[in-house]
Design a binder for this molecule. Structure first.
Ligand code: AMP
Length: 381
């Protein structure tokens, strides 16, 4: 049965970060209140929400208090324990379903699921111990990437193994956590698709975008990705296949590699708003955050129309945050700041977007010039 949330209903969001903040802002525009579950006082999301429960994500009493105050529960943060998810789902509708979160929380479960439904990934193997790593390397070869199966993000919990001498130190750095070894993909591009799906199977996918990372953290997103048509079709078809196979109600981001032969391989999926979808706030009538809220509230999903091309640049750490006055003074840059008190190195503090008329995304030089004070590092200005 479709749950149609009436205006003024309360949406519970697990997680207090910037994704929750921007979801709460979109929910407010649709006439909803948001109640945030977070460990932090003064979190980016709770600053713009109607209410917050401050609690650990695994603590039953906190989860119960939170659930009793809301009408439906969703996430901006995926790492709630299986027991915590079951408890929440026993009290209120949870969207996307706990089953989907369990699939995406663990890289082995996630990749096994993707391969089972016929979605290609880099070759991979689960690794329990050093002997297992040696066996996995014999099968997959080097270079390869060794990752923790859970709780990795922005390059945390992973190391690239290039030579046999790297195996023991790489394993020691990440064990005793369960690990996965993945073939190193010599990719031509990293791309992603963000898509929403409603309970009635209604589906809306934003255009495929190109993502560039620096120090394993997303630096720049180009919308749309500059891709050959068949590659773009593969990427969009993969996102649709995953959303349907998961019977998703909510939002899904699919991160993919395009290899040198134009084959698309999935790196990971996230059943929530995604950093590579921030451009949609400024370049689309309904952003990824609005799509998320609409999907979990049972509202109709509009087409994921892009009225402009866009370049989005993250503001990471103290150096890029220090450019804020220059960013504000730069005509045409659309600034977003997340309300975080301290700009620690590697911390995402905000982002800026610049729009271009459809079809006129500039080349490399133009992209760099367009970002003015926050031009990407390592490119010519
Ligand atoms: P992840 O935490 O899996 O999203 O990885 C973060 C980043 O590391 C990706 O966006 C890639 O730039 C890089 N990376 C991860 N896995 C691989 C791989 N198997 N081959 C090459 N690069 C990778």
């Amino acid at each position: 049965m479709t749950l149609l949330l009436p205006p003024n209903a309360t949406i519970g969001l697990v997680g207090g970060g910037q994704l929750g903040r921007m979801s709460a802002m979109a929910a407010a525009r649709l006439g909803y209140r948001c109640h945030i579950l977070t460990r932090e006082h003064e979190s980016p999301a709770s600053q713009v929400a109607a209410a917050a429960t401050i609690s650990d994500y695994q603590e039953p009493e906190g989860l119960r208090r939170f659930a009793s105050a809301v009408d439906v529960i969703s996430f901006e943060f995926e790492n709630v324990s299986a027991e915590g998810l079951d408890l929440l789902a026993s009290l209120r509708p949870v969207r996307p379903s706990p089953k989907i979160l369990r699939t995406s929380q663990d890289r082995v479960t996630e990749k096994a699921f993707l391969n089972r439904i016929g979605v290609p990934t880099a070759p991979w193997a689960a690794v329990q111990d050093l002997d297992g790593l040696l066996a996995a390397v014999a099968q997959i070869g080097l270079p390869a990437v060794l990752k923790t199966t859970r709780l990795g993000y922005d390059g945390k919990g992973q190391t690239t193994l290039r030579h046999r001498d790297d195996l023991a130190p790489g394993f020691a750095a990440l064990s005793p956590k369960p690990l996965i070894l993945e073939d190193f993909v010599d990719f031509a591009q990293e791309i992603s698709v963000v898509a929403a799906r409603g309970e009635d199977g209604g589906y809306a996918a934003f255009d495929t975008v190109e993502n560039r990372h620096r120090n394993h953290i997303l630096d720049v997103t180009l919308a749309p990705a500059r891709l050959a048509e068949p590659v773009d079709r593969q990427a969009q078809a993969i996102a649709r296949k995953i959303a349907d196979a998961l019977d998703l109600v909510g939002l899904l981001a699919v991160e993919m590699f395009v290899d040198r032969d134009g084959r698309v391989l999935v790196n990971e999926i996230a059943p929530r708003p995604h950093n590579s979808g921030h451009w949609t706030i400024d370049a689309c009538p309904a952003s990824q955050f609005e799509m998320h809220i609409r999907a979990i509230a049972g509202l109709p999903l509009p087409a994921a129309v892009r009225h402009s091309d866009a370049v989005m640049k993250n503001l990471v750490g103290p150096e890029e945050t220090a450019l804020w006055p220059a960013i504000l003074a730069e005509p045409g840059l659309i600034p977003h700041l997340y309300g975080k008190a301290e700009a620690r190195p590697g911390r995402k503090m905000g982002h800026v977007t610049r729009l271009f008329p459809r079809g006129s995304l500039p080349g490399e030089f133009g992209i760099t010039a367009a970002l003015g004070p926050v031009a990407p590092h390592g490119t010519v200005c």
